[in-house]
Each structure stands twice: as C-alpha cells, then as structure tokens.
Design a protein around this ligand. Structure first.
Ligand code: NAD
Length: 394
C-alpha cells in the first residue's frame, strides 16, 4: 500500500473576521464547508485574524473558530496585508465604519444585515465599494434557499403569471419574556430599528428578488415591552439579566407590520416581530399570481407548496414540491430529494457565492447595492410608522 499526497493548487483568500458571536461561527463554518460541499472552490479561505472588543473574547474566538491571530482593534485586521476579505459580524452600528475602512484598504467586504443604520449610510458603503472595485456581499442567507431559487425560476419563467400579492412573516418569541435583558439589539444607536431591521430586512430581501422594487409603504410599529433589565456577563445571546437594578427603556420596535405597493403594481404585506408569543421561530412567504401561487415556510425547508391554475376542478389544489437536486444548490449537499437543509447550510451557499464573485471578478448576487435597496425600504417603513402615513421608497 502506498500513501499518496492529495494536493490541489487553489489560490488562497485571507479572511479577517470582525466579531466572534453567532454569525462569526456561521460564516466560519461556511468558509470551511464550501470546498467539501461543492467538491471544489475557486479560492481557499485562510483564517488569518479574528477581532473582538476584549482580550478574552478575541482570544477565545480565534482559538475556537481557528483563526491564526487575534486582536482587540479591528483596524489592525483591516489593514493587515495578509487579509483579502473583511467579514463584518458585529452589532449593526459598526458595519459602516468597518466596511468603509476595509474598502479604503482595497479589501472585499462581507457584511451582515441590516447593512447599515440608515439607507444613506448603506448608499455610501455601496458607492464606495463600486468606486474601489471591491466585491461585497450582505448576509441575506434566506435568499440562498433552494426553495427561493426555485421560486425565482418559477417567477422568471412566468409559471405564476402576473404577480399580484406577496405576504411575508418573520416572527419569533425570543424576546416575549419581559426579563430578556437590554442587549445591543434593543438600543437605537447600536441596532437601528428592532424587529424591522433584524427580522423584517430578510423578508424585504425576499420580496424584492421575487416581485421587484417596492415603491411605497405604510407601517405600524409597537414596543410592547417598554423596559428591560440591564444585561450582565458576556455580550450577546449569553448575557444574563440584572433583575435588581433599575430597568432600561427599550429604544426600538418589538413588532412592525407594513403594507407595500411594488413598482409593478403588485401589493404586499410584511410582519416582523420578536415578541410573537408561541411562535418560537417562524418565517414564511406566500406569493400569488394570475396563473399560480406558492407558499414556503422556512421551518418546512424541504417543501415548496405550489399551485398552478388548470387542473380539473376535482383535483384542484396546492401540491407539495419536495426540494431536491433539481433546485438551486441543494444537490451540492444531498444527491436525493426531501432532506431538510439547515440555516448554516444556507450560509455555505452564501459564502460560495462570495468566493465565486471574487474569483470571477463579478458582482455577487446580494451585494451592497441589494443591501442598500433593503435599507431604503426599512427607512421608509420607519418614517411611515412614525408619521402615520404612506411613504414613498427613495
Ligand atoms: N443573517 C442572519 O440570519 C443573522 C442572524 C443573526 C444575526 N445577524 C446579524 O449579524 C450581526 C452580528 O449578530 P450576532 O447575532 O452574531 O451578534 P452577537 O452579539 O452574537 O455577536 C456580535 C459580536 O461582535 C462583537 N463586537 C462588539 N463590538 C466590537 C468591536 N468594537 N470590535 C470587534 N467586535 C465587536 C461582540 O463582542 C460579539 O462577539 C448583526 O448585524 C446581526 O443583525 C444575522
């Protein structure tokens, strides 16, 4: 028996991860998985630097996620010559400053959603990246779903006819308990909007790729739990609550719902809530056209429900399309249909898009321009809810 060396020469891509929370883990899994899942990669990620706000966070993040070096100053990571792509998985208020510095240093940028705290900031980021000629991508991972790839194909081929209405919900009850502590997500200057930017942004991205530009909106927002306890311990999801101290006022929406008019004349409705008691985690869309309709529930990730007009009346009804290798990138994971993929696998598909966009010197599907267009809608909804009137998206 002879052991042979398995080698392939693939150009490398130095990655700097800014933040070490949940999304840092998901993005890192994506970089690690692309080559194994797809069988090849145009660029092989090299895990250079992880930055976080304190020594312990940065050191632990680098060690557990497998980055060669760590720092508490993200600027060091951005400026490092071994870094080719800056991956921003920090709270929202840091996205713009880090992205602008990375773009100025000529680095590609992969940034979580919402892209920025305002559409004006998102536009600056998009335009700076365009001018610098670097590639960008925003973390709208639900766009990568094989079900959404199939829905896009059905729309493009006219199977649903003219599109009439879109409905989408992203609602969960993670914050229904009033003693969930006041972390960055509840703070206006660090998060921007609440449920709208955190959850609604994903549904807006789905509405835009399926139906097209959103022209005007009218929204209603509520903060049902007006105060929360101060946080204790670590940053983010692991934080505890100090139930003895004075409670902190919540600064953004717990739930937002809005009507929208698409540029095409289609109509729609989106609901986002972080206090949807009993809905542990629910994301769904429904799209109705003149000749057909579809429904997709993210938790039933292996099934797309499709209705096409024309069946005899005794067989009329929705059919369940089992997602499989014929849909989107599903076949990279499983050779047969019906196996549920997970959200981290959607991130792998997203990272694959980033690597190909960089290697092929083309814009990524879901780049900063797309992130800016989502932010325009979020701004219009917020303004509409504040002023209690319809607002044009601009
Ligand atoms: N695409 C998705 O499905 C999805 C899901 C969750 C979160 N997100 C987005 O990802 C981003 C991060 O969210 P998360 O859930 O990972 O949050 P998190 O709270 O788990 O992690 C944020 C990380 O940023 C670090 N950080 C804070 N200040 C920093 C600084 N100055 N320098 C470097 N690091 C700093 C924190 O210490 C923490 O490690 C947010 O923009 C959020 O909206 C996206």
């Amino acid at each position: 028996m002879t052991l042979h060396e398995a080698s392939s020469s693939v150009p490398e891509l130095g990655v700097a991860m800014i933040g070490s929370g949940l999304m840092a883990k998901s993005h890192t899994m994506g970089y690690r998985n692309v080559e194994s899942v797809y069988g090849s990669t145009p660029l092989r990620p090299r895990f250079e630097i992880l930055a976080d706000a304190g020594d312990e966070l940065a050191r632990n993040g680098a060690t557990s996620l497998g980055y060669a070096r760590w720092t508490t100053d993200w600027r060091e990571a951005v400026g490092d010559p071994a870094v080719d792509v800056v991956d921003i998985v920090t709270p929202n208020f840091l996205h713009k400053e880090i992205a602008m510095a990375a773009i100025a240093a000529g680095k590609h940028v992969y940034c979580e959603k919402p892209l920025a705290l305002s559409a004006a900031d998102a536009q600056e980021m998009y335009q700076a990246a365009e001018a610098a000629g670097v590639k960008t991508l925003v973390g709208f991972n639900y766009l990568r779903n094989p079900a959404i790839a199939e829905a896009r194909r059905l729309v493009a081929e006219g199977v649903l006819g003219d599109l009439w209405t879109f409905q989408g919900r992203f609602v969960l009850d993670a914050c229904s308990d009033p003693d969930v502590p006041f972390t960055w997500r509840f703070e206006r200057k660090r998060a921007g909007t609440g449920a709208l930017g955190d959850l609604g942004a994903h549904v807006v991205s789905l509405a835009q790729v399926l139906v097209g530009p959103i022209a005007s909106v009218v929204g209603l927002s509520r903060t049902f739990i007006p105060t929360r306890p101060e946080p204790t311990g670590v940053f983010g999801y692991g934080s505890g609550a100090d139930l003895e101290a004075a409670r902190h006022p919540v600064e953004n929406d717990d739930a937002t719902t809005f009507l929208m008019e698409f540029a095409s004349g289609a109509t729609g409705h989106i609901e986002a809530s972080r206090v949807a008691t009993g809905r542990t985690w629910h994301q769904s869309i429904e799209l109705i056209g003149s000749r057909g309709a579809l429904q997709f529930v993210q938790q039933d990730i292996h099934t797309l429900r499709l209705y096409v007009t024309g069946d005899p009346v005794e067989r009329k009804g929705y059919k369940e399309v089992e997602l499989g290798p014929a849909h989107g990138d599903y076949g990279a994971f499983w050779p047969f249909a019906g196996v549920p993929l997970g959200v981290h696998e959607l991130k792998t598909i997203e990272v694959n898009e980033l690597l190909h966009a960089i290697a092929e010197d083309r814009p990524a599907d879901g780049d900063f321009e797309a992130g800016w267009r989502v932010s325009q809608v979020l701004d219009a909804v917020e303004q509409s809810a504040t002023e209690r009137r319809w607002v044009d998206v601009s």
